[in-house]
Write a protein that binds this ligand. Structure first.
Ligand code: PMP
Length: 416
């Protein structure tokens, strides 16, 4: 006899499950494939993920251990420990944020990703539109769609260095637009918005009464220049939400510690959401985060300097290439490589690069159609290994270009 359960399917899942299962979730397949090959002992250089290869600085680890040992294992302030919120507010002020930002403008959440998700839940209704320059970080689509809102993609032009233009954003505004989501410094391109573009976007937000959501997770990894924060522009404080974390700047991706800076009313909404979702971040991790802010800046500066040297190593190794070109980032830990001259789709190129040359990168299309023809590599291995990866990229690109030229050449005596 068949058991009653064997052919029964479960009751239906919520429609939400379809809205969060987009392309973004499958973008990582190449990365998992590379990890599997590396685990089998193969010589694979993994440049497909943005996880720093540095250890979290020891003083931060020790602060967590000391906090745990001293019994910080209970529920804590749902909005985040006041001492941590004060430090985050100071960090925000020090990174171009509004001079009056204080602990009441901050909510501590489990990473910037959780901050983005929670912010979207509190700002967006079904049918709302959110304007997002594209290419964009892969999770944005699902985050926006989780609320029933709709992402409206504004293409960035490769030939303009993937810099957003306010006119393109303005053209995408409709009566349903509720927010503009900007990631600067940008993943995947590593570009930063100029002050002039921030100002134009701020003007659009004021004129059309829009929220400006800013993902600033790479703000502490700018190589040249200062980070600008639009909440300090006139009339922007009440409509700007800045999301960030310690993941990248302090090599703390696994700690899951991030935050949202915005108007106090948003903070109470986030607290209500956290009450039914998270109930506060772990107190010992918050204590470690306090230590992270107190950490002498040298550890952080060293990491930033190292990413910068790696960027320069890639630029230098590929400088004379006739088949690939680099788009040097102004910040962060990623770099776009232009492989358009190979004639291959970027997915096909990335697959071949992994299968035949043992380097894993992400295809630009994973971040949006406007990044077709580019692959993104992470600056998360040492400079020598990166140079080796670049030589393999260049070799693979030359092979592909040779083959596509051969395929394009008409055969003697044949007419079509
Ligand atoms: N935004 C961007 C642009 C990112 O690149 C990442 C991480 N790759 C996140 C948000 C999420 O960061 P966190 O680890 O703080 O959740």
């Amino acid at each position: 006899m068949r058991s009653a359960d064997s052919h029964d399917t479960s009751p239906p899942y919520a429609q939400l499950t379809q809205r969060i299962a987009g392309e973004g979730a499958s973008a990582w397949n190449i990365h998992f494939r590379a990890k599997a090959r590396q685990a089998r002992g193969e010589d694979v250089i993994i440049l497909s993920v943005g996880d720093p290869d540095f250890d979290t600085p020891p003083t931060i680890v020790e602060a967590a251990v000391t906090s745990l040992r001293s019994g910080a294992t209970h529920y804590t302030d749902v909005q985040g420990k006041p001492a941590l919120r004060e430090r985050i507010a100071a960090f925000h002020r020090g990174h171009g944020g509004h001079a009056d930002t204080d602990a009441n403008n901050v909510a501590v959440l489990a990473g910037a990703q959780c901050g983005l998700y929670a912010t979207a839940q509190c700002l967006l209704d079904p049918g709302d539109e959110v304007i997002i320059p594209e290419p964009a970080y892969v999770t944005y689509e699902a985050v926006v769609q989780s609320t029933g809102a709709v992402p409206v993609w504004v293409p960035l032009s490769a030939d303009e260095g993937f810099q957003p233009r306010a006119a393109d954003i303005e053209a995408a505004i409709t009566p349903r637009t509720r927010a503009i989501l900007i990631n600067s410094p940008h993943n995947p391109t590593g570009q930063c918005l100029t002050p002039a573009v921030w100002e134009s976007i701020a003007t659009l937000c004021r004129e059309h009464d829009l929220w400006l959501i800013v993902d600033a997770v790479y703000a502490d990894l700018i190589f040249d220049g200062e980070h600008a924060s639009p909440d300090s522009l006139p009339g922007m404080r009440k409509r700007t939400v800045v999301i960030s974390s310690l993941s990248k700047s302090h090599a703390m991706t696994g700690w899951r510690l991030g935050w949202v800076v915005g108007p106090p009313a948003l903070m109470s909404h986030l607290v209500n959401l956290a009450l039914c979702m998270l109930y506060g971040c772990q107190p010992f991790i918050q204590d470690a985060a306090i230590a992270a802010f107190d950490e002498p800046p040298t550890a952080i500066a060293t990491m930033r300097q190292t990413y910068r040297q790696r960027r320069d190593a890639v630029v230098e190794t590929l400088r004379d290439s006739e088949v690939v070109a680099t788009l040097p980032p102004a910040a962060g830990m990623f770099m776009m490589i232009d492989i358009r001259a190979t004639g291959l789709s970027t997915h096909a190129f990335a697959d071949r690069l992994l299968d035949e040359h043992g380097v894993s990168v992400l295809a630009g299309e994973a971040f949006g159609p406007s990044a077709a023809g580019f692959v993104r590599l992470s600056l998360t291995v040492g400079a020598e290994r990166l140079r080796e990866a670049c030589r393999r990229v260049e070799r693979c690109a030359r092979e592909c270009q040779g083959e596509s030229r051969l395929a394009a050449r008409p055969l003697n005596g044949m007419t079509s």
